[in-house]
Design a protein around this ligand. Structure first.
Ligand code: GTP
Ligand code: ZN
Length: 346
């Protein structure tokens, strides 16, 4: 039912229910504090947030078992991937009492365009490309720049290598260029049994997210990496029954071999759509990692690296130290930011 169609009385009831709910939550928090003081909770132990639904969290304990927890009143803004300290209560639930320092945070714009953390402690962003659909020339650079701005290491994953010509084709050469820049490049295919071996090695011991254009095979890869698919989908549909936003809630999944966790994925539709919005010109320049030795060496301090005399970047392109296609790509990305001021505004 649309909100506009609610009668005044219905609206009043909705507000009443909401305020009662808020009061109950507040009361629960007070009770928690009392229980904590009274020693009704177990010892402090480490855990990791697998998912969050308002003030309820799913926290994975040290043995990898999920526990429903709620938040202590003074803790707010926990996100999937956060490492926390929690204490077990009765009936298999618990309370989160503290959050560890975050090693990294992935942010996304909310409905109003404000950047909000959606996941924490991610070790690498896997940028997935495919032989088919072939990436648009600037696309890899756009993803790399966006990843560099987060401080989280990007990894290029070329998927569908079964479709690659024997000589590797243009795409093979392109990826060599990125490897030369220092980026990790991994090849994958879901078409053969050993097609994910290199990818699995790259995922081992790390927390990763998959991003990339539609159709490159993210779902196919994730489904193979997390074969317990019913569990995964089951968890998602359970969330939607409770009325939480499955489209925005990120979830942490453990990849296991013989019950041992050997890597973790954080996934949500929003994270998969990760892209270049919200960057300014400086962030784009900084995101081209091979530019770094030359930044600050232009004759003019406010050089925009267009046609200025004594531009260290242009000279580096001339000298063959910056690939002309990367530089052209840089230009195009900066121009697109200027052309879309609304999208680049935080
Ligand atoms: N030949 C080949 N096809 C693949 C491979 N991996 C995935 N595909 C196919 O590519 C198509 C798209 O795969 P998806 O997994 O849906 O891609 P996605 O990135 O999740 O796409 P969105 O959900 O739109 O973001 C499907 O038809 C897959 O079967 C591969 O390694 N080789
Ligand atoms: Zn310059």
């Amino acid at each position: 039912m649309s909100k506009r169609k609610l009668s005044r009385q219905q609206r009043w009831r909705v507000e009443k229910v909401q305020s009662e709910r808020a009061q109950r939550a507040e009361k629960r928090d007070t009770q928690d504090a009392e229980k904590l003081a009274a020693g009704e909770y177990g010892a402090e132990q480490p855990g990791r947030v697998m998912a969050h639904f308002g003030r309820t969290l799913e926290v994975r304990n040290a043995d990898g078992v999920p526990v429903r927890c709620h938040l202590r009143a003074n803790l707010d803004g926990l996100v999937t991937g956060d490492r926390v300290i929690w204490r077990a209560g009765q009936e298999g639930s618990g309370v989160v009492v503290a959050r560890d320092e975050r090693a990294s945070v992935l942010k996304r714009p909310d409905a109003r365009g404000l950047l909000k953390p959606v996941a924490a402690n991610i070790d690498q962003i896997l940028i997935v490309f495919a032989v088919e659909p072939a990436p648009h020339p600037n696309l890899i650079d756009r993803y790399l720049v966006a990843a560099e701005a987060t401080g989280i290491a990007p990894v290029l994953v070329l998927n569908k290598t079964d479709l690659l010509p024997d000589d590797g084709g243009e795409l093979g050469q392109l990826l060599e260029r990125y490897r030369h820049l220092g980026y990790t490049v991994v090849r994958a295919t879901t078409a053969t049994d050993s097609g994910l071996d290199a990818l699995r090695r790259q995922l081992e011991g790390r927390t990763s997210v998959f991003v990339g254009q539609s159709g490159v095979g993210k779902s196919s890869l994730i489904d193979l990496l997390l074969p317990d698919e019913t569990l995964r989908i089951g968890a998602l549909s359970e969330d939607s029954r409770k009325g939480t936003h499955t489209t925005t809630t990120a979830r942490l999944y453990a990849m296991r071999t013989d019950e041992v966790i050997d890597g973790e994925l954080i996934d949500s539709p929003g994270i998969r759509e990760f892209g270049l919005i919200h960057l300014d010109e400086k962030a784009v320049t900084d995101g081209f990692i091979e530019f770094r030795p030359f930044i600050g060496h232009c004759r003019f301090r406010d050089c925009r690296h267009r046609a200025e005399p004594g531009c260290a970047l242009l000279e580096a392109v001339e000298a063959g130290n910056i690939h002309p296609e990367r530089f052209a790509s840089y230009r195009r990305i900066v121009d697109s930011l200027n052309a879309e001021p609304l999208r680049s505004r935080p």
